[in-house]
Design a protein around this ligand. Structure first.
Ligand code: FES
Length: 104
């Protein structure tokens, strides 16, 4: 069982956008896809693109560098040139706060 940590407020991440948060030495991409929040590692597994500035669409994000798609629900890589997924973090909303679950 991990611990939930506040990383942003819901108004910080408008629908269809992402932002990068740093928590406990991790760079995490936080996304709002149609009102649902997701958190995955921010660094693309292909060559290091910053996923938080990529296109967010239908529960997926496209890497801004070479266009690989990642599933925001699981972190899985959905299309080349990325072949490996990124880590996924469970996310919840508490009042106006967005929290993600980190391992202890
Ligand atoms: S760095 Fe992300 S697709 Fe190349």
């Amino acid at each position: 069982m991990g611990k939930f940590v506040k990383v942003a407020r819901i108004q910080d991440v408008p629908s269809g956008q992402g932002t990068m948060v740093e928590v406990e030495g991790l760079q995490i991409g936080l996304f709002n896809s149609d009102g649902t929040f997701y958190a995955i590692d921010n660094v693309c597994t292909h060559a290091g693109g910053s996923l938080s500035v990529g296109l967010v669409e239908n529960g997926r994000v496209a890497c801004p560098w070479h266009g690989a798609w990642f599933d925001l629900k699981t972190g899985a890589a959905l299309s080349p040139p990325a072949s490996e997924g990124v880590r996924f973090y469970p996310t919840r909303v508490q009042g106006t706060d967005i929290e993600i679950e980190l391992e202890d």
